[in-house]
Design a protein around this ligand. Sequence first.
Ligand code: NDP
Ligand SMILES: CC(C)CCC[C@@H](C)[C@H]1CC[C@H]2C3=CC[C@H]4[C@H](C)C(=O)CC[C@]4(C)[C@H]3CC[C@]12C
Length: 334
Amino acid sequence: MDKVVLVTGANSGIGLALCERLLSQDSGVRLCLACRNSGRAEAARSALLTSHPGARVDLLDLDVGSVRSVLRAAQEVKARYPRLDHLYLNAGIMPNPHVDIKAFFKGLFSSKAIQMFSTAEGLLTQQDRPTADGLQEVFTTNLFGHFLLVRELEVLLCGAGRPSQVVWTSSSNALRSAFSLEDLQHATGTEPYSSSKYASDLLSLALNRHHNAQGLFSSVICPGLVMTNLTYGILPSFFWTLLMPIMWFIRIFTNTLTLTPYNGAEALNWLFLQKPESLDARAKYHSMTSGLGNNYTQPRQMDVDEETSEALYGKLLELEKVMRRRIREGPDRL
Ligand SMILES: NC(=O)C1=CN([C@@H]2O[C@H](COP(=O)(O)OP(=O)(O)OC[C@H]3O[C@@H](n4cnc5c(N)ncnc54)[C@H](OP(=O)(O)O)[C@@H]3O)[C@@H](O)[C@H]2O)C=CC1
Ligand SMILES: CC(C)CCC[C@@H](C)[C@H]1CC[C@H]2C3=CC[C@H]4[C@H](C)C(=O)CC[C@]4(C)[C@H]3CC[C@]12C
């Protein structure tokens, strides 16, 4: 039976590269590109069909930053597909990033110089803002919207005779120090991106605990440092071009500088080829590119614990209830 694969944030960067790679290795796959902008989604679909004529590529209107949009999109998915084999939760944002240049140069001449290029610890802050639903935008886009999507699509993911895979595009910038159960949405801090990515690591662990028995398996990846719209929002592209020789040099010491979307999609593509039930729930699967340009996937243990993961899961279920009630009782119900 042909596989059904849904990818959020599929119109650019790592998501689009993943779609290209999936179609190249499995021409029978049925792809659903879930995007918020129909123009960009159409352009991505056309590009995929140009390189893979005859491929089955559907579009789905989905803004993961909007609760209503997620609920509507999920209804549409349930109407269209009998089951989902792979759900790639890849859409993500890092709004208004600010780099601490002083910390960067200090780090460059410290023993943590190489590590700094993969985790960016202490280098980056962002300015977040509330969405129309009154939630923090980074939290909603990178985590909560995707959580709701999984909850809504449970019927397609659980117990349809064979295991299904949910994959979170996390980051090595997912830092425990940025996350707090008391401020889940990171409304008061300056590292909402790190916080949301750490929360996705915790949530993946919880999803496995609650859903493995029904056939749903969740995994987490880090694509490495990749040149995409997200990174061009941090520094302009000409600046990255100037930094390229340094990046290639650093790649000799750390293979986490994958740099291209194709390389960055390595771990996502590798997971597609694995049996979901054979994967390690506590591992983050990293896309790696060697100094010679060879790609591979490396699992590394995540800095997560069951207790915090369960507490986060409980709080997300609570927030889900609140948001559903608001929508039920609101003026423009679904
Ligand atoms: N680039 C890097 O170095 C790294 C990236 N990542 C993660 O990889 C993922 C992909 O990012 P990347 O490819 O780099 O960057 P891109 O900006 O190229 O891709 C992000 C995608 O997410 C989509 N998106 C953003 N917000 C929403 C929303 N509210 N609803 C639906 N789609 C949305 C974007 O759509 P639109 O075009 O409409 O904005 C775009 O398609 C992200 O989760 C990011 O955090 C992790 C580690 C490193
Ligand atoms: C001369 C200076 C201005 C150069 C500054 C370089 C920094 C802007 C970048 C150095 C390391 C980069 C990052 C590392 C990890 C990424 C992470 C995996 C992710 O999810 C998103 C992007 C990164 C945080 C990225 C961002 C730019 C750097 C901090």
